[in-house]
Design a protein around this ligand. Structure first.
Ligand SMILES: [Zn+2]
Length: 251
């Protein structure tokens, strides 16, 4: 019995090696995802070239950003409000929506804003493998290329980046960017709450997250964010913070 139970020669060495590979795979694929779920994230420790969550603190600039568009109803209203407030922002359109709204993407750029990409499909990367992530990102880039705006900036859906996300983005020449201030418009209908959350993290180099769509939140979410933007703009004026695009802030 003892002889039959004995493991084949070398098995003891193979098994720990397999375990190490499995743990490393899980680590690179999933650990990054788990820690990306919030602006407190240890992603903040990553070098800016790999994943940026704020810009330089000097000069005193702030980047306002919008995710999840373009939306034929919402995006034009956001653009009008930005004109009124004299804010130039950065938009992260979803490839699957931009493909149907190329003229709206062009209008965003025509008004002086920068256009990045939010990926093609709005999925959690936690549950997707590296091949899916690469395909999604390539499709998103292709869509923006066809629209005439090959992106520099990439924000993953839900701000959730795995190691595979960061590597795929780099390979495609994209700079991954998260945010340092958000209003969480989906948890309240009160613009004052949204503005207060953003203002709390408003400082030179801040990157502010808002949405020009309510596709992934409660109906009317965008309106709450847009109303909050007036308060945020006034506070920026008071503190001498200039709203700029990510290009102007970082490049
Ligand atoms: Zn999103």
């Amino acid at each position: 019995m003892a002889r039959r139970d004995r493991a084949p020669l070398g098995a003891h060495r193979v098994r720990p090696a397999l375990t190490t590979v499995a743990l490393a795979t899980i680590g690179t694929q999933y650990v990054a995802s788990l820690v990306a779920l919030g602006q407190w994230t240890p992603f903040q420790a990553l070098p800016g070239k790999l994943c940026r969550w704020q810009g330089p603190r000097v000069p005193a600039r702030v980047a306002i950003t919008f995710d999840d568009g373009p939306d034929p109803v919402v995006t034009p209203r956001v653009l009008d409000r930005l004109d009124e407030l004299r804010i130039r922002a950065t938009f992260f359109p979803l490839g699957s929506r931009a493909a149907h709204e190329p003229e709206l993407v062009a209008e965003i750029a025509r008004r002086g804003h920068v256009v990045g990409t939010h990926g093609y499909e709005h999925r959690h990367h936690l549950f997707r493998g590296p091949a899916w992530i690469r395909r999604d990102l390539a499709r998103a880039c292709e869509t923006m290329h066809v629209a005439g705006f090959p992106p520099t900036w990439y924000r993953p859906a839900y701000g959730q980046a795995t190691a595979a996300t960061l590597l795929a983005a780099r390979a495609m020449g994209l700079q991954t960017v998260l945010w340092s201030a958000w209003g969480r418009e989906w948890v309240t209908r009160d613009p004052r709450d949204v503005a207060a959350r953003i203002v709390r993290h408003l400082r030179p180099g801040a990157i502010v997250l808002l949405h020009d769509s309510d596709l992934f939140g409660p109906p009317g979410m965008w309106r709450t964010g847009l109303e909050a933007l007036g308060v945020v703009g006034a506070e920026m004026d008071r503190r001498g913070l200039t709203p700029v695009t990510l290009d102007e802030m970082v490049l």
